[in-house]
Ligand binder design. Structure first.
Ligand SMILES: Cc1ncc(COP(=O)(O)O)c(C=O)c1O
Length: 460
């Protein structure tokens, strides 16, 4: 059995405890469909789910996919017997309280004792809320984000009918603050999105410079830490990265995704606002809800209506087991991932057949097979990606600007092509998100498989 099953026993016990709290109710009759029919469907479901990459396994080292912690899975499942809706206290009392506690703990990672925040469907929804608030406070003004920011920022801006400015990045995938200043000088920027942990390369935008620019130009600073946010707890960041993390608390809003590094099932993002007063922007009347309590209903401070209370229950349980503190077990998991990334990067740098443009700032490694031309490198990357998958090692691919490689060896294709074809030419590279703590123990095996693949691909 490749999956752990112990949580099924924990779930059964917890379900008994949950049921005992409602023992005063008469037993509802006739709710369960035929067990045989359900069993048949479940077997069919299980076999349909075979058609997946093994996201839960350390040999899946491709995209940002990480299994939820067993306690999150169990707590989520347990909550579905109640199926609370965190829109209003009328729909989910306990789970709303748990959401507020869990979200306050996330805000606490950035030193925020006061905040306004809530869970939502994921990073896109969370960023939508943050940019919606920015647009309400600076109507019609531009949203600026780096060319390496998540693609949805541009789309969100168009949904909100706000102009969007793309800021060039430096050769390590970080926002170029000088280029941003040129855009700011032209005026009309209402909000700058700083990405702390870009999707492609895990790069960190330079918060010290961006905060200095905010002083001068007075925009809202939104930090998209959907991927990287939890890394503030890690003890093994380099100094520049630590400096960025230590400043996140000065942002106006922050997004962190518990369904990325927070060990949660999908459907769990989190948006935080430093100034709770932005809550007035959400004010609305609802003729259907908000009746059972005068306390704040989470629907009164979020754009969505219905939301799964089960997500809050799962998050609360996970944070209860693994508190969000430096030096704790949860922080150690992140530190392992970062160490895994550094170990893989070190191996790649020691092998002349590979080129890795820069050291990972978090746990995402990008690299490419060395060859005479960018075109040949792109072909080889695709071949190695396919060859690795045939050996059950699942990597990801990413198109990176050729100029990202200038610093490692300007005399070969990078230098020539950057000059001849323009600096925005892209080369297809390999990418690995080593976000599972188990990855550290698997780096050697991953490197062995890569060796086989590069040898096989070079001979084709
Ligand atoms: C930095 C960043 N922001 C936003 C998103 C979008 O998040 P979601 O896919 O949860 O909507 C992602 C997704 O990878 C991301 O990496």
């Amino acid at each position: 059995m490749v999956f752990e099953t112990e949580t099924l026993n924990l779930l059964a016990k917890a379900l008994e405890e949950l049921s005992s709290g409602f023992a005063f109710l008469p037993n509802p009759e006739g709710r369960v469909a035929s067990r045989t029919a359900m069993g048949e469907v479940m077997t069919e479901v299980a076999s349909r789910l075979h058609d997946n990459y093994p996201y839960f396994h350390p040999l899946y080292a491709g995209q940002m996919l990480k299994p939820p912690h067993p306690i999150a899975r169990a707590a989520y499942a347990l909550a579905t017997w109640i199926n609370p809706n965190n829109h209003a206290l009328d729909g989910g009392r306990a789970s709303s309280a748990m959401e507020r506690e869990a979200v306050a703990e996330i805000a606490g990672m950035f030193g925020w004792k006061e905040h306004l925040g809530h869970l939502c469907g994921g990073g896109t929804m969370a960023n939508l809320e943050a940019l919606w608030v920015a647009g309400q406070l600076h109507p019609g003004k531009t949203i600026a984000a780096s060319e390496q920011a998540h693609y949805t920022h541009h789309r969100i801006s168009s949904v909100l009918r706000l102009p969007f400015a793309q800021v060039p990045s430096d050769n390590r995938g970080r926002m170029d603050a000088t280029a941003l200043e040129k855009i700011l000088e032209a005026g009309h920027v209402g909000c700058v999105v700083a990405t702390v942990g870009t999707t492609g390369t895990g790069s960190l935008d330079p918060l010290p410079n961006l905060l200095a620019l905010r002083e001068r130009y007075g925009f809202r600073l939104h930090v998209d830490a959907a991927y990287g946010g939890y890394y503030t707890l890690a003890a093994n960041l380099d100094d520049d990265a630590r400096a960025v993390y230590d400043l996140i608390g000065q942002a106006d809003s922050i997004v962190v995704d518990p369904h990325k590094h927070g060990l949660q099932p999908y459907g769990c993002g989190c948006v935080l606002f430093r100034d709770p007063a932005v809550g007035v922007l959400y004010q609305h009347e609802s003729p259907y809800t908000y009746f059972t309590s005068k306390d704040l209903h989470l629907g009164e401070i979020s754009l969505e209506c219905s939301r799964p209370g089960a997500s809050a229950v799962a998050l609360w349980a996970t944070q209860r087991l693994l508190p969000l503190v430096r030096g704790g077990e949860f922080a150690a998991m992140l530190e392992n991932s970062r160490e895994a990334a550094l170990a893989l990067y070190g191996r790649l740098c020691a092998d002349a057949r590979w080129r890795a443009p820069f050291a990972p700032e978090l746990d995402i490694v990008v690299w490419a097979p060395r060859s005479e031309t960018a075109r040949r490198t792109s072909e080889l990357s695709q071949r190695i990606f396919d060859a690795a998958a045939r050996r059950n090692l699942h990597l990801a691919l990413i198109r990176l600007p050729v100029r990202f490689f200038v610093s490692d060896d300007a005399s070969d294709w990078t230098g020539q092509q950057a000059g001849r074809q323009g600096e925005h030419d892209a080369v297809l590279c390999l990418r690995s998100v080593l976000m599972k703590p188990e990855h550290l123990a698997w780096v050697e095996r991953i490197a062995e498989i890569l060796e086989e693949c590069v040898a096989e691909s070079a001979s084709l």
